[in-house]
Design a protein around this ligand. Structure first.
Ligand code: NDP
Length: 280
């Protein structure tokens, strides 16, 4: 496993396992499978409803807690200093741990400055090893970097070959924030897994389109957390460290970029309303 060093010196695996849309009933087994095939980072969230299953799997795995990098996220309904503070303790209990490796603000809505203050406090108290954000577009990220006491270590945003976030990446780099991808396969949209550029490059390396894409991100300094409920795919998605893409192959994949979300824009007022209405 390769690691990236965050802006506070903490090491984070460059490939982790994401558990969004992994049902609570299968999550514990999936996380155990992921740890067994070699994952050492797990990405969950308060809103996924499976933090307890992640915690149970880590406890059962037999792998020392300090060898696993656990990420979770504070949901909008827990925004604001007091609620966020209580939610951090609730996440710690569900995850059966006395520290979280990385805590992110899930969405850039509601009183996220209050949330961030609670996170800074928990960070200083040793409950969190690193803190950061998710879905912060460059304007809000820069604002937080300029006015918060602790610079966010990570920004987790939609990133895949069709939406590479190149400008946002440069802003993150400028402020020392690690760019983490969510939806590295665009959840299969746009015929991701049969894309001709990805499959033909894959053929040359005896790798799948999924592996080529993941390799591309990692070679572009983007951390990834692919999700799969199938053990063989979990292993496939981790097996990207025995080949490298050439400059020409990197350019071909760069050219797939449409720099547009395949999901939704966080700038869209209807999305802000929709997120606010979600009861999680
Ligand atoms: P992904 O882009 O990781 O796609 C997951 C889909 O790809 C699933 O349908 C999976 O199917 C399939 N798949 C996985 N591996 C392969 C493979 N090798 N070959 C073919 N198909 C494959 O989507 P996610 O949205 O899950 O993103 C990853 C993680 O990012 C999430 O789990 C979550 O942790 C995080 N995330 C964060 C968000 C945020 O707002 N911060 C938003 C969305 C995600 P199957 O399971 O059947 O294998």
């Amino acid at each position: 496993m390769k690691y990236v060093t965050l802006n506070n010196g903490v090491h984070m695996p460059v490939v982790g396992y994401g558990v969004y849309q992994v049902a609570p009933g299968e999550c514990e087994q999936c996380v155990l499978d992921a740890i067994n095939v070699g994952y050492r980072a797990i990405d969950t969230a308060q809103s996924y409803g499976n933090e307890a299953e992640v915690g149970a799997a880590v406890a059962k795995s037999g792998v020392p807690r300090e060898d696993i990098f656990l990420t979770t996220k504070v949901w909008i309904s827990n925004a604001g200093y007091e609620k966020a503070k209580a939610s951090i303790d609730a996440s710690l209990r569900k995850l059966r741990t006395d520290y979280i490796d990385l805590l992110l603000i899930h969405q850039p809505y509601s009183d996220y400055y209050g949330t961030y203050r609670a996170m800074e406090e928990a960070y200083k108290a040793g409950k969190l090893r690193a803190i950061g954000v998710s879905n912060f577009y460059p304007d809000r990220l820069v604002d937080l970097c300029l006015y918060a006491e602790v610079t966010p270590a990570v920004n987790q945003v939609e990133t895949h070959v069709f939406f590479q976030q190149r400008e946002a990446h440069e802003v993150m780099k400028k402020y020392g924030v690690v760019h983490q991808s969510w939806g590295p396969f665009a959840e299969g949209r746009n015929d991701f897994f049969t894309n001709p550029v990805l499959t033909s490059i894959g053929k040359a390396h005896c790798k799948s389109a999924a592996q080529v894409a993941l390799r591309y991100y990692v070679q572009s300094d983007v951390v990834v957390i692919p999700k799969s409920v199938r053990k063989e795919r979990m292993a496939e998605n981790l097996d990207i460290f025995d080949f490298a893409l050439s400059d020409d192959e990197m350019r071909q994949i760069q050219a797939l970029n449409e720099e547009k979300s395949l999901f939704f824009s966080h700038y869209d007022p209807a999305i802000v309303e929709m997120m606010a209405s979600l009861k999680r």
